[in-house]
Ligand binder design. Structure first.
Ligand SMILES: [Zn+2]
Length: 92
């Protein structure tokens, strides 16, 4: 393992789909707010319990199949969440 010498700490997050750990900016953050809503947090700064997933349709499909975002957030997630994620990663 190489040690990375950076003054700025890049938080690494584990994808709910493929399980790989990546820099947060390569991923969507999904938040369960204190009110119990499940939202996609584009700013990365919302309060609440967070789950992460790659900006990748394969990962979204895998997470949907396993319901891993819901399990990670310990709440129910609807189909709409995954539809929303797919829409957002289809921009390029
Ligand atoms: Zn992934």
């Amino acid at each position: 393992m190489q040690s990375v010498t950076k003054t700025k700490r890049v938080p690494e997050r584990k994808c709910c789909g493929c399980g790989l750990v990546k820099a947060g900016k390569e991923m969507f953050r999904i938040v369960r707010t204190p009110e119990g809503d499940v939202l996609i947090d584009e700013s990365g700064r919302m309060n609440g319990r967070g789950a992460y997933i790659c900006r990748d349709r394969d990962c979204i499909a895998r997470a949907e199949k396993k319901n891993s975002i819901g399990r990670s957030l310990k709440t129910e997630t609807g189909r709409e969440l995954y539809e929303d994620l797919r829409t957002r990663c289809g921009r390029d």
